[in-house]
Ligand binder design. Structure first.
Ligand code: GLN
Length: 219
């Protein structure tokens, strides 16, 4: 399905827990009224879905209780864009190093929870996001990290969109799937939300392009 107008996109924000309202508000600023998703049938017809930050153990339990795992997995397999931020990124991972959450295993990444310390160690970091917005030049993105998970493994086929100065990836993409360690919805910078909408609108051509070009990062 091709959408010429972003406002016609059907986009959902998983609204079980966490800061889904902030994601909704960011999308609204881009002219997209997102659907709050709490039940499996609310996934039907979506072009894209955001899994927000919050607390991944709770998120994981609620996704099981509300029978949302299977429809979200199906969405991913069908090539629709799914974007996890922070606790949402933990849910996207293939494997996680600690704790109870059961991830969806959609992306070929390994994630460590609370990788940068506890609440007191939350921090901000200006990030180069040229891969997301090539026209931005030197305009960096203010990454807000709150008890953030760290990407400790990125498999072949996973593109790094942004990294910390030391080189650790903090924004990754695998075809139609996106994951960020930080919280773009807590800033007024809409470039990641715009990028997500672009992926949601472009599929499945995006996927085919990726496979042909074979852009990869090494582990
Ligand atoms: N530390 C949280 C967890 O493990 C994630 C924090 C967040 O989403 N800001 O679930």
């Amino acid at each position: 399905m091709e959408h010429t107008n972003l406002a016609e996109l059907n986009v959902g924000v998983l609204a079980l827990q966490g800061d889904f309202a902030e994601h909704k508000a960011a999308l609204l600023k881009l002219g997209v009224e997102a659907r709050e998703v709490r039940l499996p049938e609310q996934i039907d017809g979506l072009d894209g879905l955001i899994i927000p930050g919050g607390e991944s153990t709770t998120l994981s339990r609620l996704m099981s209780i509300y029978h949302l795992r299977e429809p979200v997995e199906r969405m991913a397999l069908e090539g629709h864009c799914i974007w996890g931020t922070c606790a949402g990124m933990i849910m996207m991972a293939q494997e996680i190093t600690e704790g109870d959450p059961v991830p969806l295993r959609l992306m070929d990444i390994g994630v460590q929870r609370n990788s940068y310390g506890r609440q007191v160690d939350s921090f901000e970091q200006d990030l180069d996001i040229n891969a997301v917005d090539p026209s931005s030049g030197a305009t960096r993105f203010n990454g807000v990290f709150i008890r953030a998970p760290g990407i400790i493994r990125a498999g072949h086929g996973v593109d790094v969109l942004a990294a910390l100065p030391g080189g650790q990836p903090v924004a990754v993409r695998q075809g139609n799937l996106l994951a960020l360690s930080f919280h773009p919805e807590l800033t007024s910078d809409l470039r990641f939300h715009d990028y997500f909408l672009g992926l949601a609108a472009a599929r499945p051509a995006v996927l085919e392009l990726d496979i042909k070009e074979g852009t990869q990062v090494s582990e």
